[in-house]
Write a protein that binds this ligand. Structure first.
Ligand code: HEM
Length: 137
């Protein structure tokens, strides 16, 4: 699995000034595309959740060159999600919503290379959260 840090950073920087809107749009898209996941967030303060997801994505990108820094925090995060009953299939749904929202915000700057970079990165993050060591390498 080959990560593309430069493309990932460029994408995240491109949404820098719209981050709050971006992440709000991501959840809106998620709930429109996949209403079946909305129940997980029934008691969630979505403003806080949006901040948490953004901070986690920023933390992941900061450490994308040092996966050993990511393993423990992401395993812990994965355990929290498993505790909520969230499954691999649900992760795929968030992945679709996230990547489609990047495509929307980057518009003509979004390329197949960006899409491939995020698809790979998201798979990598998911594998670390589900504690599948060998497969994330
Ligand atoms: C790479 C994918 C994901 C990342 C990086 C991520 C990140 C986070 C973070 C940072 C938190 C806060 C944890 C805490 O408070 O300690 C969280 C909570 C949560 N996440 Fe995720 N998440 C991901 C995927 C998903 C998916 C696929 C779902 C369900 C469809 C989901 C649903 C939730 C829920 C329900 C909470 C708890 C909200 C609450 O406190 O009420 N997440 N997530």
């Amino acid at each position: 699995m080959v990560l593309q840090p430069a493309l990932l950073h460029a994408t995240f920087q491109a949404i820098e000034q719209y981050r709050a809107d971006f992440i709000g749009s991501m959840y809106q898209r998620l709930f429109v595309l996949y209403s079946d996941v909305a129940h997980f967030f029934e008691y969630t303060c979505m403003e806080e959740q949006q901040q948490k997801l953004l901070m986690m994505l920023a933390f992941i990108l900061e450490n994308i060159d040092n996966p050993e820094q990511l393993a423990r925090p992401l395993q812990r995060l994965g355990q929290i999600h498993v505790h909520y009953g969230i499954q691999r299939a649900d992760f795929d749904k968030v992945g679709v919503a996230l990547i489609e929202t990047f495509a929307e915000y980057l518009d003509e700057r979004w390329t197949p290379e960006h899409a491939a970079a995020w698809t790979t990165a998201y798979r990598f993050i998911t594998q670390l959260m589900f504690d599948e060591p060998g497969s994330a390498a």
